[in-house]
Design a binder for this molecule. Structure first.
Ligand code: IPE
Ligand code: IPE
Ligand code: MG
Length: 247
């Protein structure tokens, strides 16, 4: 990463309504590789490279939260070789990028149940989160072993146990309390949700948090979704009218 690139603000930001929180379903790595007669894990590697590109571009734009769907609770169904390849890639990415991310004030966080990730992956994640915990720049949020239904189920359990031990009353349950028990507790909801690769579904991503987000779908595979493609998505977002149920 070139440092000057991070802070070299474009003129675009002055005219664009920049989302505070962008959530991305990074899809299409496998098809990107297949098109090139490469193994799927080469697609993931290229996708990892693009994470750097999009992180830099979001930082430059002034986005405060970038939440990336990196591994779903359903992705364990993939061949063992692909799963371990993804876990190793994450370790490699964090080890090689941590220093520069930290220098650029990026705070690394996760959503999802990371306690079930391989020990090495969990360790490097814990380290990265710890090192960057006081950073005030872009929040790079990795959704890992994340599934919305799992997240909501765990929230219901946590609230249930507080009801049982008397620390909560039935009347305390409202939307804010539920939101506080989700992994995204202290984060704003996404303003813009982007899914690459042409699939038109949420695949268990942020079901609660995306209630009023703007959706942007593109046929481009994730490894090819570069800075220009992101700018196009933000431009489209800028021209949307959000009403939140009002007139
Ligand atoms: C998204 O790309 C990355 C992860 C799910 C980890 P895919 O691996 O789903 O790529 P396709 O959808 O098979 O092309
Ligand atoms: C969603 O993509 C999960 C991630 C991008 C990590 P998938 O490729 O797993 O979703 P489906 O199976 O096409 O719905
Ligand atoms: Mg996919």
């Amino acid at each position: 990463m070139i440092k000057s690139f991070f802070k070299d603000k474009t003129k675009e930001e002055d005219v664009l309504n920049v989302p505070e929180h962008i959530a991305i379903i990074m899809d299409g790595n496998g098809r990107w590789a297949k098109k090139r007669n490469m193994p799927r894990n080469m697609g993931h590697k290229a996708g990892g490279e693009n994470v750097k590109t999009i992180t830099k571009a979001c930082d430059k734009l002034g986005v405060k939260y970038l939440t990336l769907y990196a591994f779903s609770t359903e992705n364990w169904k993939r061949p063992e070789e692909e799963v371990s390849g993804l876990m190793d890639l994450l370790v490699f990415f964090l080890k090689s990028e941590l220093k520069e991310l930290h220098e650029n004030h990026v705070r690394i966080r996760t959503i999802g149940d990371i306690s079930h990730l391989p020990k090495k992956t969990k360790q490097v994640l814990d380290d990265s989160i710890e090192v960057t915990k006081n950073n005030t720049g872009l929040n790079l949020v990795l959704a890992l072993n994340y599934g919305s239904r799992n997240e909501i189920t765990l929230a219901v359990k946590a609230i249930g146990s507080k009801l049982k031990d008397g620390s909560l009353d039935l009347d305390d349950i409202n939307e804010d309390l539920i939101a506080e028990h989700l992994d995204t507790a202290d984060m704003p909801d996404p303003d813009l949700m982007i899914r690459t690769s042409g699939e038109l579904r949420l695949s268990n991503y942020m079901l609660w948090q995306l209630a009023y987000s703007e959706f942007y779908f593109t046929d481009v595979y994730w490894p090819d979704f570069g800075e220009e493609a992101l700018m196009e998505a933000v431009k489209v977002y800028s021209n949307r009218q959000r009403r939140f149920g009002a007139v």
